[in-house]
Design a protein around this ligand. Structure first.
Ligand code: MN
Length: 229
């Protein structure tokens, strides 16, 4: 048997609420502009766009309650609170009516964004990685199994920064619903157990500074907290 040339890094994991078990993460997909009011605030017409996707690196996940450093190379770090869908199975070309069978559970995540770097990338027609996939860019709560949450199609999604309400939407405003999101994503990628999907953010995104404390949640799913050091 060949051996590794150096010890492999640990597989990224998320906690499972009410359990000592860990959810092993495979890939982290994100859906862009999935709430009409956020698409409009970013200068786009939500009625004209099919869903689009980008990825974050799984090792950028950090647990809720963490304190992270203000990221390097940005002066415009933004918060985006999102529902996170966690898959226990996958495949290609999953029919929309069978998509929810793939769901292990749900969580609450922050799609942290270096907005200045993302903006430069957009302008230059370059990839979004530097704006989206940097260290500690994906804080996420413990996952709650779907047996507990059901499959939430409505419910408040919100984020406070230093006790001030900044984002306040409802899952029923999502343009692409969870089953559609899984079905469409599975036409582009082979989905697998351990995949996460950050489902998009409502309006109210904005800049963060050192010392900020973030606290948010999704009704019926859970809560997330984060401090910027
Ligand atoms: Mn986002």
């Amino acid at each position: 048997m060949p051996s590794y040339v150096f010890p492999p890094l640990a597989i990224p994991t998320l906690a499972v609420a009410g359990s000592a078990d860990l959810f092993p993460v495979h890939r982290v997909y994100c859906v862009g502009r999935n709430f009409a009011d956020h698409a409009v605030e970013m200068g786009h017409d939500p009625s004209k766009e099919p869903p689009f996707f980008f990825q974050k690196n799984p090792d950028t996940l950090v647990p809720s309650g963490s304190t992270i450093a203000y990221p390097k190379m940005t002066h415009d770090l933004h918060h985006e609170v999102e529902l996170v869908v966690a898959l226990k199975s996958g495949g290609e070309d999953i029919p929309v009516e069978r998509a929810l069978d793939c769901v292990f559970g749900y969580g609450v995540g922050l799609d942290l964004t270096r907005r200045d770097l993302q903006g430069e990338a957009k302008k230059a027609g370059r990839p979004w990685e530097t704006g989206k996939a940097f260290e500690d860019a994906a804080p996420c709560s413990a996952l709650v199994p779907a047996e507990t949450t059901g499959h939430p199609a409505a419910g408040r999604i919100f984020l406070n920064v230093n006790g001030v309400l900044k984002q306040d939407g409802n899952l029923n405003q999502m343009i692409w619903k969870v089953p559609e999101m899984i079905a469409i994503l599975s036409t582009l990628f082979r989905l697998a157990p351990g995949d996460l999907i950050f489902a998009g953010t409502p309006a109210g995104v904005g800049p963060l500074v050192k010392g900020d404390h973030l606290a948010g949640g999704v009704e019926g799913v859970g809560e997330i907290a984060l401090t910027i050091a």
